[in-house]
Design a protein around this ligand. Structure first.
Ligand code: 7RM
Length: 631
């Protein structure tokens, strides 16, 4: 696989990928195992939209992991699993172990009548069996839909119903920090509303007492007991669905983003190897949950397709202590570490003492994903975790993009705090103004669109193609619209400013909420902030800042004054928040994204209907904020 090793090499590859995209991707696809070669590299139009990569190619993605590596890497660790409780033994699955487990479970799925094309919902903790479940589906051609095991029974039921899943894979309970969560009860409740589900398979994890419905529920250890460790891989078309992953937008029910087999395989491996500069023998750790796209592409598929050793962690960053991440890095000698800004900021609040006992000298590359990283958090990560010697890859991408689109190449692209820097080869980002005119050159800002297909892009939204067209391809005809606002600076570097609806317009000055938050966060007593716009008689929109701060050293009044001055100093008077509210917490989704929709409502003084808050990690904080705001 062609790997970029120098900055000029990056430009060279990029240039080739733009001039002859088909030829570029064909050369990479040729490094995989296909049962039958494609007839055409790419058919596409962004009007319907219709995108097909490696047309008529036949393959199985798991053969590109197992059959490919069995003889050369059979004894190499594929997955290192670190349990929630550090006192429990960790597990190592070699490529051969994983292959055998996947085959056994593939046969088990067949024995409960799962066939090619069936949908299987996976509602499981972060244990190796969850990876086995995903790969077994892929092996037999079933379509997996992983639902984060922290979602409520209603959210789970909505997703099961939307994709009409035949089977649900789950566990008796999950360990998360100090808590044991009875997830099977959640599944039972959801299934009351889901007639499509014929069976469930339940992994024993916590030994929680549960109900097993006769004729529907089976234990994982029972269904695999007599199954063979051999199972032929189903022949899949390049454009057969690999998985559906639900993602919630600002409005309406969650969308089932559909990814297909060939293109997703090619892009996740290519991007993984290049962005993280993974070297054979390295230990790579992404802290995401498999319920998110990051877990799919960069815990499971990308790393395993690259023959890497990928670490899976069951627990949370602060259990049993806020140094747990760093303890794990030392324990397993992690070389690449990939996490989210929200985790970094949360750990930052504990200071640097929890880091002190650990050496962290195995680390070579740090990564972030999920939201704009503020400069302060970037520096903290760079200085205290990377010890000033590890490049940070700030990777921008989406559930819909399947893989990282804009990111530094570790150690090769010069970084700048809070910049995702440059597009990967094959990615053609453009910036459009609100009228759809392309803004050329540098020092421009606007709507981030992509003007040419890439192999791992979404193909549709499950069961509702029109919604896909409407959401992503109609705002700017002929382009894929990301919903993000971006600036291309004087060096041609991309800085993601936030979602389009996170952009505020104060007296005609357009400002990214992230920009203002970044400035607020520079105040030493501020822990985290969230900025939204609200209707303002004179300015059009005013700036409302919700701030979590250390209140032990100032009166609220003087702190607010200092924060205003900080913003004034960093951005200028135009960005000074009109209102600052000190709050105990911010409403966050489970992947760490602030639910600004709720804050916008509260800021506008109308908290009567806050919409669906069921996907919040901390719904109770909403009441606290409402109280503080007096609405
Ligand atoms: C991978 C993931 C997608 C949205 C995206 C952005 C935001 C993601 C970054 C980022 C700034 C980043 N998928 N986002 N990465 N913003 N810098 N490096 O997060 O579908 O859950 O979210 O997340 O707004 O559109 S996602």
């Amino acid at each position: 696989m062609p790997k970029i090793t120098t900055f000029s090499g990056y430009f060279h590859e990029y240039q080739k990928s733009i001039v002859q995209p088909q030829k570029f991707w064909e050369r990479i696809a040729e490094t995989f195992h296909w049962k039958k070669r494609w007839t055409n590299v790419l058919d596409w139009n962004f009007e319907e939209p219709s995108v097909k990569w490696f047309v008529d190619g036949k393959l199985n993605i798991t053969e590109n992991i197992f059959e490919r590596f069995l003889y050369t890497k059979g004894d190499q660790p594929a997955i290192i699993w670190e349990p929630n409780n550090p006192k429990e033994a960790y597990r190592v699955l070699t490529y051969r172990d994983l292959y055998e487990e996947v085959n056994r479970f593939s046969n088990a799925l067949k024995s409960i009548a799962v066939v090619k094309g069936d949908r299987v919902v996976i509602y499981m903790p972060m244990v190796p069996e969850a990876a086995v479940a995903m790969l077994a589906c892929a092996r037999i051609g079933a379509i997996h839909s992983v639902v984060f095991a922290g979602f409520s029974s209603t959210s789970l039921a909505d997703r099961i119903k939307d994709c009409k899943a035949k089977v649900v894979l789950t566990s008796d309970g999950n360990f998360r920090g100090a808590k044991t969560i009875p997830v099977k009860d959640v599944v039972d409740e959801a299934l009351e509303k889901c007639p499509s589900v014929k069976s469930t398979v339940v992994l024993k994890r916590t030994n929680t007492e549960i109900n097993m419905r006769v004729g529907r529920d089976m234990w994982w250890h029972d269904v695999i007991e007599n199954e063979s460790t051999e199972c032929n891989a189903e022949t899949m078309d390049s454009e057969d669905m690999l998985f559906i992953l639900y993602t919630s937008g600002s409005t309406g029910k969650p969308k089932g983003v559909v990814h297909t087999t060939g293109g997703y395989m090619v892009y996740t491996k290519y991007s993984f190897e290049n962005v993280f500069q993974y070297q054979q023998g390295d230990v790579y750790w992404c802290t995401a949950d498999i319920g998110w796209i990051t877990g799919h592409s960069y815990i499971i598929y990308g790393p395993l397709l690259a023959g890497a050793t990928t670490l899976m962690f069951e627990g949370v960053p602060t259990f049993p202590h806020p140094g747990r991440f760093w303890e794990i890095v030392d324990k397993h000698q992690v070389n690449q570490f990939y996490t989210a800004p929200t985790a970094i900021r949360a750990l930052q609040t504990h200071g640097i003492e929890p880091i002190a006992p650990f050496k962290l000298d195995s680390l070579k590359v740090l990564g972030t994903v999920g939201e704009p990283i503020n400069e302060e958090a970037w520096h903290w990560y760079h200085d205290h975790i990377g010890k000033n010697r590890c490049p940070i890859v700030d990777t921008w991408w989406q559930t819909e993009t399947g893989g990282i689109l804009v990111s530094p190449i570790a150690g090769i692209t010069p970084t700048k705090p809070s910049y995702a820097t440059m597009p990967l080869p094959g990615i053609q980002p453009v910036i459009l103004d609100n009228e759809g005119n392309e803004l050329f050159g540098n020092s421009v800002e606007g709507n981030l669109c992509i003007k040419f297909p890439w192999p791992s892009m979404l193909r549709t939204t499950y069961g509702d193609h029109e919604r896909c067209r409407q959401t992503y391809f109609s705002s700017f005809p002929g382009y894929y619209f990301t919903g993000d606002v971006v600036r291309r600076d004087e060096d041609g570097y991309y800085r993601i400013l936030g979602r389009v609806d996170d952009v505020i317009n104060v007296s005609g000055h357009r400002m990214g909420t992230a920009e203002v938050e970044n400035a607020i966060d520079e105040h030493p007593l501020v822990i985290e902030s969230a900025v939204v716009g609200y209707p303002h008689d004179i300015k059009g929109q005013g700036i409302f800042a919700f701030v979590i701060a250390d209140m032990s050293q100032r009166s609220e009044e003087s702190l607010i004054q200092e924060i205003r001055e900080t913003v004034n100093r960093i951005i200028g008077p135009i960005a000074k928040p009109d209102k600052i509210l000190v709050v105990p917490g911010l409403p966050k989704t489970r992947s760490g994204k602030i639910m600004r929709r709720i804050l916008r409502k509260i800021a506008s003084g109308d908290a009567s209907n806050l919409g669906d808050t069921s996907t919040l990690l901390n719904p109770e904080v909403v009441e606290d904020i409402k109280k503080a705001a007096g609405v």
